[in-house]
Ligand binder design. Structure first.
Ligand SMILES: *[C@@H]1O[C@H](CO)[C@@H](O)[C@H](O)[C@H]1NC(C)=O
Ligand SMILES: *[C@@H]1O[C@H](CO)[C@@H](O)[C@H](O)[C@H]1NC(C)=O
Ligand SMILES: *[C@@H]1O[C@H](CO)[C@@H](O)[C@H](O)[C@H]1NC(C)=O
Ligand SMILES: *[C@@H]1O[C@H](CO)[C@@H](O)[C@H](O)[C@H]1NC(C)=O
Ligand SMILES: *[C@@H]1O[C@H](CO)[C@@H](O)[C@H](O)[C@H]1NC(C)=O
Ligand SMILES: *[C@@H]1O[C@H](CO)[C@@H](O)[C@H](O)[C@H]1NC(C)=O
Length: 324
């Protein structure tokens, strides 16, 4: 089942790549001599042209947050296939199980935090960290074969009571913890790992901030870092996010006005001074010209993660404009 899912999403990845990176990314579409074409077709399935960690080869990581990830048929793999470095799982705790979905009517028995995120992430990381006679000490490579030091941000958005749901999430991370794949905080410093877990939605700050040993973080409010959340550090919140429509406002016409631009800049500047990466959600999605102009402003002003509901569009947008 995994392999058919991968075949599907990776072939999609190749299409997206072909659009975003026009040169040399695929052999298809190039004019090759019949002799070379013959050699290429005969290398299919030949051991000399595959390697243990090639599952995500050719996928270039991009600073994209796959928002509302659960909409996609294969949420984590879809994000991985376009190179999005950040995914979001909406979870509801019901009868002891963490189900995935934006609202109760969307939940099913099969769609859980374990089945849609923890297990597939672990599977990819195991492939990227193989045990072979060439690897003598355990590696902690990330999910992207082209950039093994790149962490995957896993946002976990609690939809049910945070006080009772968060401890169950922490327990669900155990397989990733056992494999030493999580980014950790030891009271003084962050040690980056292949996966950085960030609680959002109803996640309780008081179950995260006071702990001196942990492998999870809190999504602070980017707009409140100068007021009620002024004491939040990058050790608590490596990323801070806020609702664009609420704190920056509606965009009239094509671009942010001067007031909006100055609010955006002050928020991102303050975050940067604390070593915190900024992200805006609920940015304009329509008309496309406004969406693109806001994306351009956000990238040029230095957001760390571009929130995207449409992954191929966002991946292609950055490619066409030369951002990645
Ligand atoms: C939760 O448990 C109760 C009692 O066993 C059961 O009636 C209910 O259907 C369960 N709900 C779900 C979503 O499994
Ligand atoms: C969440 O659960 C805790 C513990 O059961 C309870 O004290 C608290 O009131 C609940 N919060 C909400 C918003 O229901
Ligand atoms: C925390 O981790 C940092 C970075 O690895 C290390 O330099 C430091 O000694 C650690 N501190 C404690 C208290 O373990
Ligand atoms: C930050 O300040 C608030 C009060 O404004 C306090 O409740 C909270 O514990 C503080 N957090 C940290 C991490 O110091
Ligand atoms: C900028 O846009 C915001 C949100 O639409 C609006 O409230 C504000 O009045 C505008 N400011 C200027 C100077 O146009
Ligand atoms: C915090 O910054 C926002 C702009 O991002 C500004 O509107 C607000 O007045 C500031 N609050 C404080 C307490 O400085």
């Amino acid at each position: 089942m995994i392999s058919s899912i991968l075949a599907l999403s990776l072939s999609w990845a190749l299409q997206v790549h072909a659009a975003a990176i026009p040169s040399s990314a695929t052999a298809e579409g190039l004019s090759l001599s019949p002799g070379l074409q013959n050699i290429l077709s005969n290398t299919d399935n030949n051991d000399a042209y595959t390697y243990p960690t090639d599952l995500t080869r050719g996928i270039i990581p991009k600073p994209i947050h796959s928002h509302n990830d659960y909409w996609r048929d294969v949420p984590f793999y879809s994000a991985l296939s376009v190179g999005a470095v950040s995914v979001e799982a909406d979870v509801s705790l019901i009868n002891g199980t963490l189900y995935i979905g934006h609202e109760l009517s969307a939940l099913t028995d099969a769609r859980t935090l374990k089945s849609l995120y923890i297990d597939p992430i672990l599977d990819v990381l195991k492939r990227e960290n193989p045990t072979t006679k060439f690897v003598t000490t355990p590696t902690r490579n990330g999910v992207f074969d082209t950039s093994s030091g790149q962490t995957l941000y896993l946002f976990i958005d609690l939809k049910t009571n945070g006080t009772t749901t968060w401890p169950v999430v922490v327990e669900a991370l155990q397989p990733l913890r056992d494999a030493k794949y999580l980014t950790t905080w030891n009271g003084t410093a962050v040690t980056p790992g292949p996966v950085t877990v960030i609680g959002t939605g109803n996640t309780p700050l008081n179950q995260i901030a006071p702990l001196s040993q942990r492998d999870y973080f809190f999504d602070a409010n980017l707009a409140l870092l100068n007021s009620s959340q002024a004491n939040i550090t990058s050790g608590i919140s490596p990323v801070a996010s806020t609702q664009f429509s609420r704190y920056i406002g509606e965009v009239e016409g094509a671009a942010l006005n001067d007031t909006q631009l100055s609010i955006l800049r002050s928020q991102l500047k303050l975050a940067a001074s604390k070593g915190i990466v900024g992200r805006y959600w609920d940015t304009p999605s329509f008309p496309i010209s406004t969406r693109n102009s806001v994306w351009k402003t956000l990238i040029e002003e230095g957001v760390g993660l571009l929130n995207a509901d449409d992954l191929p569009e966002a991946a292609g947008f950055g490619g066409i404009n030369g951002y990645w």
